[in-house]
Design a protein around this ligand. Structure first.
Ligand code: ATP
Length: 246
């Protein structure tokens, strides 16, 4: 059997007496698209922070391509093949869309001292990425001026500029209107087709149900569901959590 792309073994994160992530075991295989849901405070973002090296685990181990990454600093993750977006739109708001893409391409290389001279090949690559995400028409517009949907797409575009094997998206469609969610769904489905492994957190169930092939539900730091998205609604444990009796 092929080794998992990402493996979490009994991973935990304690904040004092609170177990924000409480002994999670998970194997993610190349090409999978996984959606993580669960109530507020369930531990989803903390779990992403652990996977992407932003916070150290209190216990357990995380392996990427079979190698422990628990002690590797976060800035090494992109060149290793793991990219992530955040709940709140990031990016340099006073720079243009093209400049943001160029910054991502130059600084995401993982080199201790990246060569900051912008060369034709960098511009070409940036233009290709913007084209792929239908952002070319906004290339010369400052990020502060572009619509919310375009900003969210730009975050994904900069994250995948280095062709990661694993893409983590934290609440990618939060705050978008339903037609914008549709547009984002199309974009993620196209990414999925390209073979990249995508793990995302999302409260918008329509997005999760349409995009994910496998769903995880977290509650009080634990995984309480791991299976087909279609099975969530009829799962007794999930129902009891959402109806408030767990
Ligand atoms: P949401 O859906 O609202 O984003 P979540 O499932 O992502 O929630 P987390 O943000 O991971 O949940 O939080 C899990 C728990 O850990 C919460 O009780 C939160 O208050 C707590 N927590 C998160 N970060 C810290 C921190 N730095 N210090 C103390 N407690 C924290």
């Amino acid at each position: 059997m092929v080794a998992p792309l990402l493996e979490c073994r009994n991973v935990r994160k304690d904040y004092g007496a609170l177990a924000a992530v409480d002994g999670v075991d998970l194997s993610v295989h190349a090409g999978e698209t996984i959606g993580i849901g669960g109530p507020n405070g369930a531990g989803k973002t903390t779990f992403f922070d652990l996977i992407s090296g932003l916070t150290p685990a209190s216990g357990g181990d995380i392996l990427f391509h079979g190698r422990s990454i628990s002690r590797i600093p976060a800035h090494k993750f992109l060149p290793m093949g793991m990219a992530r977006t955040f709940q709140v739109s990031s990016g340099f708001t006073s720079l243009t869309v093209m400049q943001n893409m160029l910054v991502s391409i130059l600084f995401g290389s993982g080199l201790e001292r990246p060569d900051l001279r912008i060369q034709t090949k960098h511009r070409r690559r940036a233009a290709e990425q913007l084209d792929r995400f239908n952002l070319s028409h906004l290339a010369d517009t400052e990020v502060a001026e572009i619509p919310a949907l375009a900003r969210k797409k730009l975050m994904v575009a900069t994250a995948v500029a280095h062709e990661p094997k694993l893409l983590l998206l934290d609440e990618p469609v939060s705050g978008l209107m339903p037609p914008e969610v549709d547009s984002f769904i199309e974009m993620v489905l196209a990414l999925r087709k390209s073979g990249i492994c995508i793990v995302f957190i999302e409260h918008v169930m329509r997005f999760l149900m349409t995009v994910a092939e496998r769903a995880l539900i977290m509650h009080q730091g634990k995984l309480i569901y791991d299976g087909a998205p279609a099975g969530i609604a009829s799962d007794e444990t999930v129902k009891s959590v959402y109806l408030g009796s767990a």
